[in-house]
Design a protein around this ligand. Sequence first.
Ligand SMILES: Nc1ncnc2c1ncn2[C@@H]1O[C@H](COP(=O)(O)OP(=O)(O)OP(=O)(O)O)[C@@H](O)[C@H]1O
Ligand SMILES: [Mg+2]
Length: 396
Amino acid sequence: MKQTSILSPTRQLSEEEKSHVWQKPPSHIESEAEKRIYQEVVRNWNRGEMKISTILLEGDAGSGKTQIAKALSADFNLPYTKVTCFADMDKSDVLGSILPVLSEEDGHSDKVEYRYYPSEIVRAYENGWLLEIQEPTVIRDAAVLMALNSALEPDGSLNLPTRIAHRHPDFIAVITTNRGYNGFRPLNEALRDRVQHAEKLDLPPKAVMMERVKAKTGYESEPVLSLLAETIMVLDETARANAIKGVAGMRSYIFWVDAVQSGASIQKSLYYKVLYKITTDPQELVILEQALASHGLTEKLEEMDHICQSQKDGENPEVMELNISENGEFSAKTDQADKNAVRLRKSEDSEGHSDTSSDENTDISSNDNGENGTPFYHELDKSDTTELQKKNFVNS
Ligand SMILES: Nc1ncnc2c1ncn2[C@@H]1O[C@H](COP(=O)(O)OP(=O)(O)OP(=O)(O)O)[C@@H](O)[C@H]1O
Ligand SMILES: [Mg+2]
């Protein structure tokens, strides 16, 4: 999708503003929702009252709402900024505050002046940036909602303590919110009514999940990616159906795949990267585990783990064998029956040290860090080593 600058004709971005225009990383994949919003905004930009400048993205955690808001910043060449709403937000969080400061005039340090400091909302509003308003559903104070409502009028304004701020014609507001389940409050109706385009975002379909995770991690194994995605989808459904509050979504998927890619056991990392992120309540965990079993996933994950581990032991070129002699020196010469041989795992970008943040830690027993705090290669624990040596001995 080519960038279409929607900046007002006379407007030049400052250097600082330019640095806030999001740059799409290579891992970014344009979604249908992004394309649709882009087309709608461009189509209507110069159509007066039909202009689309307040957008709602509502849906699952991790479904890509923030990514779309940022992508639109890149598509339209607008600086991106955000405000994360919270329950006790008051008017000064929207309008800015007047604060006492020591006067800088004549070096009189005891003279106090009052100065107005705009909020991020006001800055975006007046300067014409793209503002992501995260989770305005949580705001309790009606006066704050009123201020936001009036600001989001097409030719709206904000009554600041010192003056009136007018909406810049380039200002775009993107409201992002999780859908109202498990205690989430719905978005204030007046606010909702002000949006001119709304998208419902769910956990993406399996193919899209796989595509995004491939782009992000570089991991390519289709059978593993597919099985892990299915697991996430079943857990997501089960958590919802049983009113379990945690989320199994894209983020868990990305970090789980990353752990598996770095050599962690699929089954063990399922707990650290996915299940315990949803809940650590024993009863809820049982529900989730039962759901996996009844979908045949427990077995499939175990099988896949087995395959991955045996490939890792047999074929992975990143595993090298070092032989440590009695005086502590080592060489890379392979002598598979050597009692002193230990297998060391090297991370993808490692140059002597491994900085992997994987879940491999469950299998390791060595000290994690070197003198300068850099993580070291990990030595497999003794029982694993003996097993491996046995295997190698039998195979040779
Ligand atoms: N189009 C995309 N291409 C590649 N990766 C994406 C895309 N959309 C989302 N992701 C990745 O998915 C993850 C979650 O996305 P994002 O933070 O946008 O979700 P969100 O809906 O804003 O979540 P939350 O509700 O928790 O704020 C991020 O790691 C993000 O980089
Ligand atoms: Mg977000």
